[in-house]
Ligand binder design. Structure first.
Ligand SMILES: Cc1cc2nc3c(=O)[nH]c(=O)nc-3n(C[C@H](O)[C@H](O)[C@H](O)COP(=O)(O)OP(=O)(O)OC[C@H]3O[C@@H](n4cnc5c(N)ncnc54)[C@H](O)[C@@H]3O)c2cc1C
Length: 319
């Protein structure tokens, strides 16, 4: 029987949705499930880890683990993977998992696959599906090791309700301090804005918005929709948006329920970051803009006229 260990994605004490998505997928392939949670004062998350579908909860709760540090965190994951004898070790997509996955794979002598969108098991044989070359090809990869460490693409799996597991908590001893890299402080985005990776709706702004006044106009639409606010690279390069807001091949990959692209042409590198969205709405004054090839709904028009109308209509529906 396959044994899947999911690494709980915890940010500032909150369990992120990707944990339940990965556990749901593990259950759907008939695997035995466990989760590893790492941090400080995280015991109160145990009921959430159980209701998300885990049958065993490995918990490394220690003041030394309050701040993310790849070395000690990887040691905790490896410890849990060995104790559980996991053959599949799954991370949701995040900056932290990009740092952890290769370390864990090297220590477990396992294969490492990133950006996976599906996993197939046949006896001991593991195969994964992953898009590559900005989604131009879909690879089906046969894994030649007994164990696989995988980073799953955002939104690849859906969380199912009613698959609660059983509470079986195993405490992990804190790892030794990693003196090669001592993290003193984590500087986070203090803007209080909704994280793009977690947002159910993302509104992104492109070069069509021209300047800061245009950016602020589109940002108001994002605020009305309680959406994450993203952008194309053109706006980041122009210094109008921060790099952590960039969606695309060299930015973030998002897969929200609704993606709204305002004044974005739809270059292949941008599409690579958002074409997994469930519904795409595009506003562009050029009817030939490539974004309309992937959009479910398109509005051909000047964003400076269209966005205020959209805001008015949304207000009417919401009140
Ligand atoms: C290696 C590499 C990596 C890259 N990675 C990324 C990435 O991660 N993310 C990314 O986004 N890009 C990336 N790019 C850049 C990408 O190729 C495009 O240049 C970029 O996405 C274009 O941004 P844009 O759509 O905002 O601008 P443009 O392509 O200039 O499009 C602006 C659009 O706005 C429309 N418009 C103009 N005025 C209005 C108006 N008043 N009302 C409505 N519509 C209007 C225009 O019709 C046009 O379609 C990468 C490029 C390379 C080479």
């Amino acid at each position: 029987m396959a044994k899947v260990l999911v690494i709980a994605d915890i940010k500032q004490g909150v369990l992120k949705g990707s944990t339940a998505e990965l556990l749901s997928k593990a259950k759907s392939i008939g695997a035995e499930t466990a989760v590893v949670a790492i941090g400080c004062n995280i015991n109160m998350l145990i009921p959430n880890l159980v209701s998300a579908g885990s049958d065993t909860q490995y918990v490394a709760d220690d003041p030394g683990l309050e701040l993310f540090s790849a070395g000690p965190y990887a040691s905790c994951v490896v410890d849990a993977a060995k104790k559980f004898d996991a053959n599949l070790i799954w991370f949701g997509f995040s900056e932290n998992s990009k740092a952890l996955a290769p370390r864990v794979a090297a220590r477990l002598d396992a294969a490492c696959a990133t950006e996976i969108t599906d996993v197939m098991l046949s006896g001991d044989q593991i195969e994964v599906i992953r898009p590559a070359i900005t989604n131009k090809v879909i690879q089906r990869v046969k894994v030649n090791t007994k164990k696989l460490v995988a980073v799953v693409r955002a939104g690849a799996f859906e969380a199912t309700k009613g698959i609660a597991g059983t509470e079986n908590v195993v405490k992990l001893s804190p790892p030794e301090q990693d003196l090669k890299a001592l993290i003193k402080k984590i500087l986070t985005d203090a803007s209080g804005e909704i994280d793009l990776a977690d947002a159910d709706i993302v509104v992104s702004v492109g070069r069509g918005a021209k300047d800061l006044a245009g950016v602020n106009l589109v940002k108001e639409l994002a605020t009305d929709l309680k959406a994450g606010f993203g952008s194309s690279r053109a706006m980041v390069d122009a210094g109008l948006m921060a790099h952590n807001k960039q969606v695309g091949q060299t930015g973030k990959i998002v897969a929200p329920t609704l993606y709204v692209a305002i004044g974005i042409s739809g270059a292949i590198q941008h599409l690579a970051g958002m074409n997994g969205s469930k519904v795409i709405l595009a506003v562009n004054k050029d009817p030939e803009a490539p974004i309309f090839n992937v959009a479910d709904y398109g509005i051909v028009g000047d964003l400076f006229e269209v966005v205020p109308i959209l805001r008015e209509e949304i207000k009417k529906i919401r009140h």
